[in-house]
Design a protein around this ligand. Sequence first.
Ligand code: NAP
Ligand code: PAF
Length: 294
Amino acid sequence: MKITVLGCGAIGRILIHALSVRGHQIQGWTKRSEKILKIKIVQVKNLNRIEFPVYANRRNFLKNTQLLIVTLKAHQVKKAIRSIQMFLGKECVILLLHNGIGTEEELHKINTNNPILIGNTTHSAYRKKETVFHIRKGVTTIGSTKKFNKKKFSLILKVLEEAIPIVKWSKRIHFSNWLKLSANCIINPLTTLKRCKNGKIKKYRETISLLCRELTMIMNLEGHKVKEEYLSKYVYEVIEKTKRNYSSMLQDFLNGKKTEIDYLNGYVIKRCKIHRINLPTNNFLYKEIKKIEK
Ligand code: NAP
Ligand code: PAF
């Protein structure tokens, strides 16, 4: 399959490698105009070092690309897609694979008519200069934003499954993304404000419980039926599984990069305005992150 990966950071480079190994035609798309990208990956578990070159930024390739995998930070998506959408074929499927919610609406606003898949992943990686450290393999869940069934995208699902197992198809991908969003709305700002690893926030039980109540409320208003106990159990499971990690928000903050807060707690605030409700704990976290981000 002909695949372009838009956003060649930690997750993007892992995908480029995994898909190249499977024999697919791959290119990376970056902010710069280099025609070759040097990929360096360290698989932390087995200390495997991988180094290879990959094509980049070729417009002709983009025209025939069958799948565009978008592994940008949420706030980078709209601008990046706007700058290449004229080169994309009509049938090219766009897969948005990032934390946070809100980019799907943004793509509709800029009249992206390509079929869109959305998803989330629990792979864990970070980039130091030119090297990506792949810390933990994870599960990737994808689904269609429209009521297309799995069959239409079965080839894409197979390609991804072979490259980065486990990949699951979700009929309720918006629910899945909201659940992930809820965990990120709790773990990311708390770890950033407290400058701690994910596991350390377990002691803020009261705050976590208030946030779970608020997030359950907005999820149900959005039509994603969920019980507070279920959401809370899920959040604590994510905290436990990632207890030794520094969250992506804390890493962005410490590296002087813009965080994804507008697509996490900020997105929740936008939806609350539509439903005319106020979620004070979520608002508080949003404001505190905005303050330190300045
Ligand atoms: P990242 O390392 O920052 O990768 C994003 C890349 O896109 C960067 O190399 C960035 O370049 C580039 N970029 C920015 N604007 C661009 C543009 N207009 N055109 C082309 N490239 C552009 O982020 P990541 O860690 O891979 O994460 C990607 C998404 O996956 C995020 O939403 C993150 O929350 C989510 N996620 C990450 C992990 C993880 O472990 N890393 C796990 C689960 C989910 P510059 O850096 O030069 O701006
Ligand atoms: O954004 C992150 O850091 C991750 O999505 C998560 C699950 C909070 C683990 O660190």
